[in-house]
Design a binder for this molecule. Structure first.
Ligand code: SF4
Length: 579
């Protein structure tokens, strides 16, 4: 039986995502016939193809004529200017794509102009699906909530507004079915993939109801209880694989090929005798048993960077696991490090096979012993790679280790600082002291290590002054802000399902927690507080902080994409030698 794995839009087009290559590597080693497709990047290639402009023009003209007949309120002027501008802007697409995939990428003017032209094009063709909008990194089907099964059903049936329905039908369905898969697995790791994923599921099911469709990925792992409550989703898919998927998928494939007894398939939610069932105990993968990710089948030349940046991991989960707002422990229950020799094999195999030396280590935070061993091995074996990784502000991350990592080709650390106010940091249970932050940032600057800082605005009880204290700490540090590769992303606090805060809401000043009405697939809650900013005030302050950050820190390229940033830093440090 053939298995097809799909990664739906929308995701950043700078690099492939690790989920399917990790699964594919494992399944192929176990003898499974797998096809994997990054539909996200393939989809972009279709909609950014100037030869397809006729289809968009036809749709827009059709909408205009229907609008005239019905008097429907659409954005008339947008439709008219799209008709006028599409032929002109379409002529810029090839050079924009070529620039991003070639030397033009490193010329910041060309880079910006290319992204601008692509953005303009996507905005124009989106009018064919008005009011929905698709961008290079996301989508917004304005009228439908991804947190409601009702919204999802309406969106996936809306021929007029759902661009994915139109493009998938015309460009993808036939080739997916041509492989005659018995199982299609769709990975949903971000909420922007929910509507595209179910749109694809709908089309595949309509074409052949015997194909088993399973949805995997972090989003639905956080929605286990919701799946039980919203079993209407089972009219579109046959099952969900929650937590990690390697052995679960293999077992599902065996059952589909043999007795179809799903009761033994680990981590599976499915319909059993008319009722929704979850097979327990849940399993956690031994990551030393897993092979190197396999990227074969992905169209690697289509990503929008001149050099391929590949994700790899040295660990799964988070070794720290204590932050009060974080629910990573839900889909990564147990922290595990991969043996360093296996990581070195991964790097060496991927580097040779895909002719790249650029790696994004996707660890939530690389443990210090791993950082040391990994860097030592790279230095010892004189391996020429450039990489970026998540890190924590650990006291023991000293200048010696930063220097070692830098010598080993690490160009940037990505830190979750979240706040620079010690009271807030302590309440968040970040386990971070401000002196440590100051010292590590100073050491990174001295050793030429680029720094990314995530901030959270509006953590319960945080005051307006405390929120600004954090951002001002960053923005007033001229040496940091002006350092090569610096980036900073604030985000607005959200009370997410299963976050430790929910164990003791009053400790965080939370007086009331409310389920969003009509959102049967909600990933979080509304809340009220008796201290600090209200959720509404936090949103206002967040918008001011965003303005402040973007006035001082250029979004492109470092705040736009970590992969783009990695390549820019490498080039600035004289790394221009192609494989
Ligand atoms: S926020 Fe980061 S460091 Fe904290 S528990 Fe989550 S993954 Fe770990």
């Amino acid at each position: 039986m053939k298995t097809t794995l799909l990664f739906p839009p929308s995701w950043h087009p700078s690099q492939p995502y690790l989920s399917l290559p990790a699964l594919t590597g494992f399944l192929r080693r176990e003898g499974v016939d797998v096809t994997q497709r990054d539909i996200n990047i393939e989809f972009l290639e279709v909609i950014l193809n100037k030869d397809n402009k006729g289809d968009f023009l036809e749709r827009i003209a059709d909408r205009l004529s229907k609008r005239r007949l019905s008097g429907e309120k659409e954005d008339y002027s947008k439709l008219i200017s799209a008709l006028e501008e599409i032929p002109y802007v379409s002529e810029k697409l090839d050079s924009a794509k070529a620039a991003l995939r070639g030397e033009g990428f490193y010329d910041s003017n060309q880079y910006m102009e290319s992204l601008g032209n692509i953005g303009k094009w996507l905005s124009l063709i989106s009018t064919a699906y008005f009011p929905s909008e698709v961008t290079l990194v996301g989508n917004n089907l304005t009228n439908y909530s991804v947190y409601s099964s009702k919204g999802i059903f309406e969106a996936i049936n809306n021929e007029k507004e759902n661009i994915f329905l139109d493009i998938f039908k015309r460009h993808f369905l036939k080739s997916i079915l041509a492989d005659e898969p018995g199982l299609v697995g769709i990975s949903v790791t971000s909420t922007s993939q929910i509507i595209p994923a179910f749109t694809m599921a709908r089309l595949i099911k309509e074409a052949n109801k015997d194909i088993h469709i399973t949805i995997g990925g972090g989003v639905f792992t956080r929605l286990i209880d919701n799946i039980f409550r919203s079993d209407v989703l089972f009219s579109l898919v046959d099952s969900f694989i929650i937590y990690e998927g390697e052995h679960a998928l293999l077992s599902l494939i065996h059952e589909l090929e043999n007795k179809k007894d799903f009761t033994q398939v680990p981590n599976l939610i499915y319909k059993h005798n008319g009722r929704t069932a979850l097979n327990e105990p849940l399993i956690v993968e031994d990551i030393d048993y897993l092979p190197t990710p396999d990227y074969d089948g992905f169209p690697l030349s289509l990503y929008f960077t001149p050099k391929l940046v590949l994700p790899v991991q040295t660990s799964r989960g988070c070794y720290y696991k204590k932050c009060a707002f974080c629910n990573l422990h839900v889909d990564q229950m147990v922290f595990r490090s991969r043996k360093i020799d296996l990581v070195m094999e991964d790097i060496s195999d991927l580097s040779q096979k895909y002719k790249t030396k650029y790696f994004f280590i996707t660890d939530e935070a690389m443990p210090l012993p791993t950082m040391k061993k990994f860097s030592d091995k790279i230095i010892e074996n004189k391996i020429d790679i450039k990489w970026i990784t998540g890190m924590r502000f650990e006291k023991k991350l000293d200048s010696g280790l930063i220097e070692k990592a830098s010598k080993a080709g690490c160009l940037k650390f990505v830190f979750g600082l979240e706040s620079y106010n010690q009271r807030v940091l302590d309440l968040m249970r970040k386990g971070i002291q401000r002196e440590t932050v100051d010292r590590i940032i100073k050491d990174c600057l001295e050793k030429g290590m680029a720094v990314h800082v995530y901030l959270i605005t509006g953590f319960p009880t945080e005051t307006r002054e405390e929120a600004f204290e954090s951002v001002d700490f960053i923005l007033n540090n001229e040496a940091l802000v002006n350092s090569l590769g610096f980036s900073c992303q604030p985000s607005l606090f959200e009370l997410e399902k299963a976050s430790p805060i929910l164990d003791l809401p009053p400790s965080y000043g939370i007086t009331k927690i409310m389920e969003p009405k009509g959102h049967d697939l909600s990933l979080g809650y509304f809340y009220e507080v008796d201290k600090g900013m209200t959720a509404k005030e936090a949103e206002e302050v967040y918008n001011q902080i965003m303005d402040k950050v973007y006035n001082k820190v250029s979004p492109f390229p470092f705040n736009y994409s970590m992969s783009d940033g990695l390549l820019y830093i490498a080039r600035s440090k004289g790394d221009g030698i192609a494989y």
